[in-house]
Design a protein around this ligand. Structure first.
Ligand SMILES: Nc1ncnc2c1ncn2[C@@H]1O[C@H](COP(=O)(O)OP(=O)(O)OP(=O)(O)O)[C@@H](O)[C@H]1O
Ligand SMILES: Cc1ncc(CO)c(N)n1
Length: 266
């Protein structure tokens, strides 16, 4: 028998396939890790927007956790869209009960087209209960600003903001820079040991960025499950992100999905 790292994504389904747990699974497949799924909800969405949402009943979220914990040997977990307070409560309670190893918390709040994927009254619980469980939290710039109730207009402010998120309990903090203006994207990583790392790369001029955040967070989850350090994972993850955005595939008419099959040069 062959051993394979096992991970779980705790996230919503995207009918059009580009984001949510669909993007996570594709990333995990590419990186050679096995993934279980806790489905937090269904979305009828496409590259143009989110049309309908149906969150999973909390008991069913708990049942999925139990099925996985009773049988599999999970080394890393990732959270994505959690929709509302009841779903966040169910996920936090379950995560406190199981040992799924490393935890990547991607505090998904808004889809690319602007539709909310987390209700306003759930944000406080994400901050106080989910964030302290995280090995690494991966907000984009707007999510970091919402969690902090503060603007982060400069690199210095991003660094200060990351330290505040770390003080709230997240061991490591990655603030994703896809929403910054300018010719470059800059992701900021604050590690548990206090060291700071910037990852700057060209901004690809495109709207075809459906599922970028999910994909990067899934990449980190797979790397952690394989025993890699965040500073080893990030350069390869960024090379993959740029290539997967640049070499776009012809799917959908709006914020198209990434090319998860792209070849990446070393
Ligand atoms: N246009 C772009 N060109 C190059 N890299 C990009 C671009 N947009 C995003 N990225 C990179 O993709 C990764 C995800 O960042 P982003 O800020 O887009 O996450 P996100 O907003 O959570 O995504 P989503 O909500 O669509 O899942 C980061 O490494 C970021 O730098
Ligand atoms: C279900 C789902 N999760 C996450 C995102 C963010 O990319 C999305 N658009 N849809």
């Amino acid at each position: 028998m062959h051993k394979i790292p096992q991970v779980v994504t705790i996230a919503g389904v995207d009918a059009s396939g580009g984001a949510g747990l669909n993007a996570d699974l594709r990333t995990f497949d590419r990186l050679g890790v096995y993934s279980a799924t806790v489905v937090t909800g269904l979305t009828a969405q496409n590259t143009l927007g989110v049309q309908e949402m149906l969150p999973t009943p909390p008991d069913m979220i708990a049942a999925q956790f139990k099925s996985i914990a009773d049988d599999l040997d999970i080394q890393a977990a990732k959270t994505g869209a959690l929709f509302d307070l009841d779903r966040v409560k169910a996920v936090v309670a379950a995560l406190e009960d199981v040992d799924f190893g490393f935890l990547v918390v991607d505090p998904v709040m808004v889809a690319k087209g602007g539709a909310p994927l987390l209700s306003a009254d759930a944000i406080e619980l994400v901050k106080t209960a989910l964030l302290p469980l995280a090995t690494v939290i991966t907000p984009n710039l707007l999510e970091a600003q919402t969690l902090l109730q503060a603007e982060l207009p400069t690199p210095e402010a991003v660094s200060v903001g990351a330290h505040v998120l770390q003080a709230l309990g997240a061991k490591n903090v990655l603030i994703k820079g896809g929403h910054q203006a300018g010719p470059q994207v800059a992701d900021f990583l604050l590690l548990a040991d206090g060291s700071e790392h910037w990852y700057r790369s060209e901004r690809v001029d495109t709207v075809r960025t459906h599922g970028t955040g999910d994909t990067l967070a899934a990449y980190l989850t797979a790397g952690l499950a394989k025993g890699q350090a965040l500073t080893d994972i990030m350069p390869a993850a960024k090379r993959f992100m740029t290539a997967a955005i640049k070499e776009s595939i012809e799917v959908g008419h709006g914020h198209g999905p990434l090319n998860h099959w792209v070849e990446v040069s070393k």
